[in-house]
Design a protein around this ligand. Structure first.
Ligand code: KIV
Length: 276
């Protein structure tokens, strides 16, 4: 089969300043993961705003139990494939485990994911001092950064599993402090994962930059899901915060369009997808 680059979209390209404008105008931002060209083209034609090449590929594509075995080579390979399927959708690529270990490694990863593979932005987990240095170093080289706090999957062993974060008052305050710290370091976007919905609302109101929730309640500025979760094809149990949008629909395109519509209308996430 011959796959053509997606060049035909009539939509204006989604940009980083455009995402800030969407927050200011109260327009919800639709984000979905993708790992290859064919699915990237589906996201593009469904009008998804942002495609994320997440290191979740380690779990849903490679079959591992965590994201920790994903390498920079894997991320560059999959990001390149997704880039070739997009034209107007903004592309974010994850920094894999330990690519944030110091500023030179962060810059090398940023250069490869943006310069070689075609991402417009890179995502980095956590808010430890070395991560804040990494964010500042990328931003100084004009590489926009999406930060990620709350349930950060690369910390799975520290958390003792994929556990909801910020349930106690002190822990919630810590998540908010981390969100403010990554914003001060220069991040342009934040993924907030696996926190009670009240904390999702609190962080979203406190930050100037858009907050994209996953298991963080309906008040975030946008939502992200893992593609395989929202198509109901993730091996094992579907996470509580996700929804099978393919159920009752006859195509992947219709499922992705329904997800985008429900995020924009606020119908997703519903109370049963949230943590209290
Ligand atoms: O790796 C990933 O897909 C992610 C999303 C779950 C936000 O980080």
């Amino acid at each position: 089969m011959y796959v053509q680059n997606a060049k035909s979209s009539e939509r204006k390209p989604v940009t980083v300043p455009g995402l800030h404008a969407m927050k200011a105008q109260g327009q919800r931002i639709v984000v979905l993961t993708a790992y290859d060209t064919s699915f990237a083209m589906q996201l593009e034609s469904a009008g998804v705003d942002v495609a994320l090449v997440g290191d979740s590929l380690g779990m849903v594509v490679q079959g591992h139990r965590s994201t920790l075995s994903v390498t920079l080579e894997h991320m560059v390979y999959h990001t390149g494939m997704v880039a070739r399927g997009l034209s107007s959708t903004l592309l974010i690529a994850d920094l894999p485990f330990m690519a944030d270990r110091d500023v030179p490694h962060v810059l090398e990863a940023g250069a490869r994911l943006v310069g070689e593979a075609g991402a417009a932005m890179v995502k980095i987990e956590g808010a430890a001092p070395h991560v804040l240095d990494g964010i500042a170093a990328l931003v100084a080289r004009a590489i926009p950064v999406c930060a990620h706090v709350g349930l950060t999957p690369q910390s799975v062993h520290k958390f003792g599993g994929f556990r909801i974060q910020g349930r106690e008052q002190a822990a919630a305050d810590r998540v908010l402090d981390e969100a403010l710290a990554v914003q001060s370091a220069g991040a342009d976007l934040l993924v907030l994962e696996g926190v009670p919905r009240a904390l999702g609302e609190r962080v979203t109101q406190a930050l100037k930059i858009p907050v994209i929730g996953i298991g963080a309640g309906p008040q975030c500025d946008g939502q992200v899901l893992v593609l395989h979760d929202m198509l109901g094809i993730t091996p094992g149990k579907r996470p509580k915060f996700s929804k099978d949008f393919l159920a009752g629909r006859d195509s992947i395109a219709a499922a992705i369009r329904a997800y985008a519509d429900d995020v924009r209308s606020g119908a997703f996430p519903a109370p049963e997808h949230c943590f209290d």
